[in-house]
Design a protein around this ligand. Structure first.
Ligand code: THU
Length: 127
């Protein structure tokens, strides 16, 4: 699974997004250290604050399938027609299941670009 393939899977997931309010269709794909791939999209709600981002939807799905030992090996996120890195809330949730060396992939100037979790969320909160 190359990083481009992971981004491609995230793009397919973005087409499933339920985003009637923002029109911002986001998809995520992650590879676990166990070798499984999970995908997910954002799901919005008329009560806006109940919206779930694509990254958290995907991570929760991965935990529900693999169990509490799920670890992220790499993660890709993409929005149809937009370029962005994960939001702050999702960075904290990714950090729960990924070490500081894990690469997070997204598009920058139309090309795959990655940052490590250490770069995306330095000094992350841990209990
Ligand atoms: N969104 C994500 O899915 N992931 C992010 O990292 C940022 C934002 C979604 C939430 C909402 O449905 C839409 O994008 C606009 O904020």
């Amino acid at each position: 699974m190359t990083n481009s393939e992971l981004l491609e899977q995230a793009k397919v997931a973005a087409t499933k997004a339920y985003a009637p309010y923002s029109q911002f269709q986001v998809g995520c794909a992650l590879l676990t250290t166990a070798g499984n791939i999970f995908t997910g999209c954002n799901v919005e709600n008329a009560s806006y604050g109940l919206t779930i981002c694509a990254e958290r939807n995907t991570i929760f799905h991965a935990v529900a399938n693999e169990g509490s030992g799920m670890k992220i090996a790499s993660l890709a996120v993409i929005a149809l027609g937009q370029e962005f890195p994960p939001c702050g809330a999702c960075r904290q949730v990714i950090a729960e299941f990924a070490g500081p060396e894990v690469e997070v992939w997204f598009l920058r100037d139309g090309k795959p670009f990655s940052m490590t979790m250490a770069e995306l969320l330095p000094a992350s909160f841990r209990l």
